[in-house]
Design a binder for this molecule. Sequence first.
Ligand SMILES: Nc1nc2c(ncn2[C@@H]2O[C@H](COP(=O)(O)OP(=O)(O)OP(=O)(O)O)[C@@H](O)[C@H]2O)c(=O)[nH]1
Length: 495
Amino acid sequence: MTASATATSVAVHPASEPLPLSRDVRPLRLITCGSVDDGKSTLIGRLLWDTKAVKEDQAATLQRDSGKQNDLGLPDFALLLDGLQAEREQGITIDVAYRYFATDRRSFIVADTPGHEQYTRNMATGASTADLAVLLVDARAGLLEQTRRHATIASLMGIRQFVLAVNKFDLVGYDRAIFEKISHEFKELALSLGVRQITAIPMSALKGENVVYPAPAAMPWYDGPTLVETLELATVRSAQAGGFRLPVQRVSRPGESFRGYQGTVAGGSVKPGDSVVILPSGMVANVKQIVTFDLVRNAAVAGDAITLVLDRQVDVSRGDMIVSLDAQPMTGLEFEAQIVALQPDGIEPGKRYWLKSGSRRQRVSVRPTSQLDLATGSWRAHVEPLQMNAIGRVRLSFDEQAIFDAYEQNRSTGAFILIDPDTHNTIAGGMITSKRSGGIGIRYEGERVVLSLPADLADQIMASELFASRRDETDVRRMSASQAADIFANAAQDI
Ligand SMILES: Nc1nc2c(ncn2[C@@H]2O[C@H](COP(=O)(O)OP(=O)(O)OP(=O)(O)O)[C@@H](O)[C@H]2O)c(=O)[nH]1
């Protein structure tokens, strides 16, 4: 960000005004998925072409190279993506190409990922940052297993807006009944995955019908939006909603009098005077100052790189997270997650890996509990190590307190990678789904009360204080925070 852009944002948001929750200037990120030959490259090429994102020299080359080959006399838009093809052939590990285009109303970033089955991980990578998925089908073939697979992965990665592009509609005589059948089946699939924002569009990527321009002559019965109109109206998933999150990357101590905590805001917003908690220690402080590289700011939002100064001396180190007092993330020793295995060796149950999330790196052991059957979309109890490209549900067990949001709530503090400590390879990418509440609550063994306590330190202290008077008869273990709270409430009545 330039100094003047920063200065403008200071002027626009004086301290007394609430910060806007989303910035309309953020481009919409979308992913396109389809089986081989459904026309994905043609569609992206057409989008770039009709929104004039193609540079003049590229356009001239395109006209020249494709002129001979196309019996419709149209450029072969897929050629625009040739560069990507070359990258693919070199076997680049995570194979996603991002392309930019814009209309008068909005800008877009499209992630293009290969359609073959073995590229699940690429699709998962592209989907992890996308706001919307465009799923392509060939109108002649309808929904395929691959459509289900892609829709399932997209929904797992948190995408809640789908566009079904029923492509090659020129090859089925623009038959309305075909469109209605395919879109009906797709809506059922999307709804079963929890996706409710669904738009189906009949189109011809090759001819440019219903991509950027409508095609009333070819499809007089269709009065819905074009693809671009749908994209213009789609919503950007905001990592800024929810509580303030600052994973601390560095403690800055240029002189005796100054101590600041540096990092990139991973969620929410912050302003001087806000109360914050440092995790995992649980210490509370207030924000005294927010500093960027050259300015004192009166607010910061997700995506801003800042130095935070607190109003008191607290112990903060790299890997800690500074969060808002009133909307805290989950802390605990056990979490449930979904992962995509990225390496040929797969995931070995029980092996200890490094987990990296933001600036934090921790030892973790990983136990797969089920695996997604991509053909049917159902989960089956897990028996073997997760193979490369498999999607599994796992249980993560940490030695020390871990701090996460659910991925649904925050794509930054809810995401992680797993690293093999022997090879240093990234062996999986994952998303936190929930915290696992630890123990079995309370039970009686003869005269003894066996109390299970949460991993959370605060709750342990609360419950052990509570039972201090009966300590001799009480064996303290872990339990969920809500169980501890119930016991506290009941016991307080007894006393
Ligand atoms: N008639 C017609 N042909 C189309 C349309 N869209 C794409 N095609 C043709 O279908 C073929 C495959 O299109 P591509 O864009 O290369 O398909 P893809 O899905 O990107 O394929 P991969 O890159 O191999 O995954 C090409 O010959 C296109 O010209 C369409 O709307 N109508």
